[in-house]
Design a protein around this ligand. Structure first.
Ligand code: KIV
Length: 295
């Protein structure tokens, strides 16, 4: 038996082809914008698949968007693995990246490799993502050396937002912009295949994209990055309340969901639902026999 994994062969040229690391690098070279979106379950993965995105991130933002935690910090590896496994089942061609949650990789290279292996073995992720430079660059190197592709994440890193002074844009002084640059270069040097830039000035991102050989995916980093990522719930409007400046809403899905459930409730209360077309029938004779057997 061949040890080459089976990769779906596109049936016609319009079918999306599976995203690979070389194809991603090629996209940067050709200046073809890269599209990444987060997903946290089977239906959101199917939406991402059908919409034809290049990469899907099971972000630890899922801690807030689907698990209701106040920040990304409390989510556990087991919770992230459950979300990632569901996404895997709904996904075919985009590259699947799993976000290593806070506290699951920082302590040692061994911890980082063991957690990353769980994302690949148990959830079927193609790659993992971790936040920050510094010691995270060392962890990234260890994970890459273990054979697992790693995506970095610099700028606003929500797992350590408190240390950064809150959820605010980073790199807005030359000194802080230099720190973002050092982190990004260290992650590239460690072998990361791509980096997320979150909430940094567009002009800083533009300078750095030219310096980096690997694709940069921006969120709140302006138009010059090699690609963009948005949180599924931000872009579709699946919640109320504060959204970051960079989170453009492309739909108002929550309003539609509430309207649908409210209409259902109204029809149940008025008796309009269920209608005959939603019910099953039984022959009159069979019904009579059934009634007789009840008496
Ligand atoms: O967790 C997440 O959704 C992320 C993206 C914002 C890049 O890290």
């Amino acid at each position: 038996m061949s040890a080459t994994p089976r990769i779906p062969v596109p049936q016609n040229l319009k079918d999306p082809v599976p995203m690979t690391l070389p194809r991603l690098a090629e996209k940067k070279r050709l200046r073809e914008p890269i599209v990444m979106v987060t997903a946290y379950d089977y239906p959101s993965a199917q939406v991402a698949q059908e919409a034809g995105v290049d990469l899907v991130l099971v972000g630890d933002s899922g801690a807030m968007t689907v698990l209701g935690y106040p920040s990304t910090v409390p989510v556990s590896t087991d919770e992230m693995l459950m979300l990632a496994s569901a996404v895997r089942r709904g996904l075919d061609t985009p590259l699947l990246v799993g976000d290593l949650p806070f506290g699951s990789y920082e302590a040692s290279d061994e911890q980082a490799v063991v957690t990353s292996q769980r994302f690949v073995k148990e959830a079927g992720c193609d790659a993992v993502k971790l936040e920050r430079g510094g010691t995270s660059a060392e962890r990234a190197r260890a994970i890459v050396q273990s054979g697992i592709p790693v995506m970095g994440h610099v700028g606003l890193t929500p797992q350590t937002a408190t240390a950064l002074g809150g959820y605010r844009a980073q790199g807005r002084t030359s000194e802080r912009a230099l720190r973002v640059a050092e982190d990004a270069l260290a992650l590239q040097e460690a072998g990361c295949f791509s980096i997320v830039f979150e909430a940094i000035p567009a002009a800083v991102a533009e300078e750095l994209v030219e310096q980096l050989e690997i694709p940069v995916i921006g969120i709140g980093a302006g138009p010059a990055t090699d690609g963009q990522v948005l949180v599924f719930h931000d872009l579709l409007g699946i919640y109320d309340g504060h959204a970051p400046r960079f989170a453009k809403r492309f739909a108002e899905v929550k309003a539609q969901m509430v309207a649908g459930v409210a209409e259902y409730a109204a029809e149940v209360r008025s008796g309009a639902f269920p209608a005959p077309e939603h019910t099953y029938s039984i022959d009159d004779e069979e019904l009579e026999r059934f009634r007789a057997s009840l008496t």
